[in-house]
Design a protein around this ligand. Structure first.
Ligand SMILES: NC(=O)C1=CN([C@@H]2O[C@H](COP(=O)(O)OP(=O)(O)OC[C@H]3O[C@@H](n4cnc5c(N)ncnc54)[C@H](OP(=O)(O)O)[C@@H]3O)[C@@H](O)[C@H]2O)C=CC1
Ligand SMILES: N[C@@H](CC=O)C(=O)O
Length: 846
């Protein structure tokens, strides 16, 4: 009868719990344990269940103690126990700050080591080490490290509690290699851990250990702490399970074999399980079994760099451009082939072959049988090949004596290479690409196996060819691009929008209307809260939803699948995916240089509507341009001056044809143009500015326009083009914002606009009486840059501008007497988004 869920046995709300697992290699000494404690305490509010392995090397030391005890060497036992005791004491001393806490912990440790010693001496007396006793001894490593972590957490003022694993993880009771009884464990875990989590207590559980029959303690097999973590994550319906490891994540292959191996950002559970089975040592092969029918993502993350995202293992299927996502090489294999005419049509040969190997305790890593049924080949670890031959010869002694079987052929010095990826299913040509790559690098394929799931293709090759084989297959499937970098594809351009404000949303609206063979694909959106990303491209539905969402003033991170991050973090995380001709489009009005640098470093191109990056101090801008050059990236910024008007384009055409620009003058503020036109018609300042804001002409803070800073930035960008070596502070700027309004919060400024109506009416009145027209004007030469309000006569070319019209006048060597004039609307979402789109299209493949 199913157990009824009581209040306390219900799992805590889905997505509330994190399960962390710290591997032994991470927990090496006191500073590592302190670091782990810092990681456990970092999520706030913390509902973290922690699983720990034994301190690095302790499991091996305990196994050695068990062996010495079995042969009666109590001296060796004592030395090893004392060494372990000293090591654990040193960690205790290093993680606790008060004498009292240290004394108490050392006492606990001493009790545990005394018991260990007594037990080992008992084994030595009897000279008998049962599997049960061995498990009991070896489990001590995880138990001790859990005690240390609990003490460390308590020492940091956290509420933490040691929970005995044998009481939580119910198993089939197989000593040395037990497997959890998932249903039973689910119930116990919820009953025991849920109340602790509700009380905000951090449970710490020894990994690798479970409970067997009659209260026996069992172990889950080498690396079994991963399994403990996934079992707990499953039972608690955790929001995620994080395996903190001494590797950066799951790699496309072994980086020692292939230096260009990359971290795979995301793997499907089936792919990860396949890789674990085929030799990717990072993950315990059985660790993913508990998650087969339940969607809890597992993250393999680097302990040394907790900010790095590592590899996500989940039910998602991303990176679909990669039919193969990783490859594994297992060396030290032997290929055993059973051959003979007597196998034809005789049922049971395969079954007897595998039964013989199973009885000999030999694990088979690959099987292949030709359809002629003339032979069966299989791979076994080379060191077991003699045993395998003997076991098979014994099983088939009769067939061998009758010559129905020709014999057992055993080839040692072999390796298996397996390529793994969900995208292989139904994609023709993957095997042929793999075989062609191998043949082109001179690698002979000895045997081939492919499962009907098409999730992997494995080949057997000579071990001496392993490196060449891995490199050629890795190259063939472009796996060096999977963790980031630009893939030069002819039919894609991947765009990430930094900023989803007025301009960003308008750009998203007009993008589908692009008349180009290759339409840019929006793969990412970033705002102040975080980012939304899909390497395959956000769907039109997602983009529409994002536009509506942002229009309503909400944060991107309140949308499904969005991730909380700062802009530089978001770019860095997105840049780990291989994108086609990636472009970062900066549509913020913020200091975004750190994010832009990250993008350039990943070979992305940049499009800017934001003027701040290029009006930063000269040294920073020069460094940015040098970085772009180094990475072969382009920085396009047409809309930083004159919105959609072809200002940068015209400048480039002038200089490309050998002209020299001597000075630039004009009006480059749509907001001020509109404001002065409206005030000139007699409208109050507050109304006119209100309209400018509503129509999307102003900067997010309209004082950037009114203070002249927006024009100053544009002037500096233009002036630097023609040789000005100064900074923004060297630009002479006339501010139109009265002192009292300059530093108040923007919301307050917007609510007090009417207080400036009279000042603006007076200013306009004076100009009208003088028969003049007010214009905010810039003048930039290689030696001086000035922006400010001018009262120009009605005959002046600038006097004729209306509304948001900008005018940019280039005086050049060629256009000296009659300068080149560009006039037109210079603000507003429609023209600006079109200008940004034009820049993006310049980067699009033709
Ligand atoms: N309006 C115009 O006519 C023209 C504008 N431009 C330039 O276009 C840019 C965008 O203007 P507009 O769309 O009106 O501005 P908005 O204020 O409407 O939008 C800005 C967007 O940028 C995001 N953002 C701001 N700072 C950060 C940050 N540090 N990290 C991540 N995201 C950030 C905001 O996020 P959140 O939503 O979370 O606040 C918002 O989505 C400005 O630089 C402007 O000068 C250029 C030419 C013409
Ligand atoms: N706020 C700016 C927008 C364009 O750069 C302006 O009004 O010109």
């Amino acid at each position: 009868m199913p157990a009824r869920a009581t209040k306390s046995s219900r799992p805590v709300k889905k997505s509330a719990v994190d399960v962390f697992k710290f591997g032994g290699a991470s927990l090496a000494d006191a500073s590592a344990v302190r670091h782990a404690i810092g990681i456990i305490l970092s999520p706030r509010p913390s509902r973290t269940v922690t699983v720990v392995s034994a301190l690095a090397g302790v499991t091996d030391a305990l196994l050695a103690i068990a062996e010495w005890a079995r042969v009666g060497d109590t001296k060796a036992v004592d030395v090893a126990v004392d060494r372990l005791r000293a090591r654990h004491r040193a960690v205790a001393e290093g993680i606790l700050t008060t004498q009292r806490a240290r004394k108490a912990l050392v006492k606990e440790l001493d009790t545990a080591f005394d018991e260990l010693r007594t037990l080992a001496h008992g084994v030595a007396t009897l000279r008998e080490l049962t599997p049960r006793t061995r498990d009991y001894l070896v489990a001590r490593g995880e138990q001790l490290s859990a005690q240390l972590v609990v003490a460390g957490l308590l020492g940091r003022g956290a509420k933490a509690q040691y929970v005995e694993a044998a009481e939580l993880i119910r198993t089939d009771g197989v000593f040395g290699n037990a497997f959890p009884d998932l249903a039973a464990t689910d119930r116990v875990v919820r009953e025991r851990l849920t109340p602790l989590l509700r009380r905000k207590v951090l449970p710490v559980i020894p990994g690798f250990v479970g409970g067997g029959a009659e209260g026996a303690l069992v172990t889950l097999g080498r690396g079994g702490s991963d399994l403990t973590a996934t079992v707990l994550g499953r039972s608690l319906k955790a929001q995620r399970i994080t395996l903190w490891k001494d590797v950066p994540g799951l790699m496309t292959t072994d980086p020692r074999l292939v230096p260009s191996a990359r971290i795979v950002p995301q793997l499907n559970v089936r792919e990860a399980a396949e890789l674990a089975y085929y030799g990717a040592k990072v993950l315990h092969p059985r660790a993913l079994i508990p998650l087969a029918h339940i969607s809890v993502p597992v993250f393999v993350r680097p302990f040394a760099d907790p900010g790095a995202p590592g590899t996500e293992i989940s039910t998602r299927h991303t990176l679909q451009r990669y039919p193969v996502k990783a490859l594994s090489i297992v060396r030290g294999q032997a290929l055993v082939t059973v051959t003979g005419n007597g196998m034809l049509g005789v049922p049971g040969i395969a079954a007897r072959t595998f039964a013989a190997l199973q009885q000999a305790g030999i694990s088979v890593t690959l099987i292949t049988q030709a359809s002629s049924e003339h032979s069966i080949s299989l791979c076994v670890p080379a060191e077991r090949s003699a045993h395998a031959r003997a076991a098979l010869e014994q099983t088939f002694a009769l067939e061998l004596s009758r010559r129905e079987l020709e014999g057992m052929d055993v080839k040692t010095g072999m390796a298996t290479l397996a390529v793994v990826g969900l995208g292989m299913a139904g994609s023709p040509g993957i095997a042929s690409r793999m075989f062609t790559a191998l043949s082109q690098s001179g690698v002979n394929i000895v045997a081939i196996a492919q499962g009907s799931s098409e999730l992997n293709i494995s080949v057997v090759i000579a071990e001496r060819d392993a490196e060449a084989a891995a490199r050629s297959v890795h190259d063939e499937f472009q796996l060096d691009k999977i963790g980031g970098g630009g893939v030069r594809s002819d039919d894609r351009l991947d765009v990430v929008l930094l900023g989803v404000g007025q301009i960003g949303r308008e750009l998203l609206r007009i993008l589908p209307r692009t008349r180009r063979r290759v339409k840019p694909t929006i793969v990412g959106l970033i705002d102040r809260s975080g980012y939304l990303f899909d390497p395959e491209g956000l769907s039109p539905k997602q983009l529409l939803a994002a536009v509506a969402h942002k229009e309503s003033g909400a944060a991107l991170t309140s949308m499904p699948n969005a991730i909380r991050a700062s802009a530089p973090e978001a770019v860095a995380q997105i840049a780990r995916h291989a994108l086609s001709r990636p472009v970062l489009v900066d549509l913020t009005a913020d200091e975004t240089l750190p994010a832009i640098r990250k993008a350039l470093a990943a070979d992305w191109d940049i499009v800017l509507a934001n003027k701040k990056p290029l009006s930063a101090p000269r040294g920073e801008v020069q460094a940015l341009q040098a970085l772009a050059k180094q990475h072969g990236a382009r920085i396009l910024h047409e809309t930083t001056v004159g919105a959609g008007l072809p200002v940068m384009d015209s400048y480039a055409k002038l200089v490309e044809t050998g002209d020299k620009v001597l000075r630039v003058e004009g009006c480059t503020s749509g907001t001020l143009g509109f404001l002065l036109t409206e005030i000139g018609k007699g409208r109050p300042f507050s109304e006119a500015l209100g309209d400018a804001m509503r129509l999307g002409y102003t900067e997010p803070d309209p004082r950037d326009d009114l203070s002249g800073m927006d024009v100053a930035r544009k002037a500096l960008i233009l002036a630097r083009l023609i040789g000005f070596t100064g900074d923004l502070t060297d630009v002479t700027v006339e501010s139109l914002v009265p002192e009292a309004f300059r530093s108040m919060p923007v919301a307050k400024f917007k609510s007090t606009l009417t207080q400036q109506d009279k000042m603006w009416a007076d200013r306009q009145g004076t100009a009208t009486r003088q028969g003049r027209v007010l214009r905010y004007v810039l003048r930039a030469t290689p030696t001086a840059v000035k922006v400010g309000l001018q009262a120009v006569p009605p005959s002046h070319p600038l006097a004729g501008l209306r509304g948001t019209d900008n005018q940019i006048v280039f005086t050049t060597m060629r256009y000296r007497e009659h300068p080149l004039v560009i006039t037109g609307p210079g603000a507003g979402p429609a023209v600006t988004a079109a200008g940004v789109l034009n820049d993006i299209l310049q980067l699009t493949p033709a």
